[in-house]
Design a protein. Structure first.
Length: 108
């Protein structure tokens, strides 16, 4: 499966558009991770616990999007966009959405 943020793939020709595909993932915040992140904010540095959550959420959202594209018979997703939103009471959850257009490509 080819996945790209661009509208085309070098050396490939889009022969069929299968539709828009979206993968959504919601992660809840962890109280202990929030506590240690607040300490890190005071002393400075990277908050690797949150970086891992964002990375995991992004990978899962892309995997969901790809699964939906494969169900449509696509072999690529073009124009991929990944969005992050904080939702829930007091911003307690992270929503990650990966969206793109499922297509069938062939070599030129």
């Amino acid at each position: 499966m080819f996945i790209t943020t661009t509208a085309t793939l070098d050396g490939k020709r889009i022969v069929d558009y299968r539709g828009i595909v979206v993968g959504d993932v919601i992660f809840g915040a962890n109280v202990f991770r929030d506590f240690f992140a607040s300490i890190r904010d005071v002393v400075g540095g990277r908050v690797t616990s949150y970086e891992k959550v964002f990375g995991d959420a992004r990978e899962q959202a892309i995997a969901e999007m790809v699964k939906k594209a494969e169900a449509l018979g696509a072999n690529a997703v073009v124009g991929v966009d990944i969005d992050y939103e904080v939702i829930g009471q007091k911003g307690s959850m992270l929503l990650v959405t990966a969206a793109g257009t499922a297509v069938v490509v062939q070599d030129e």
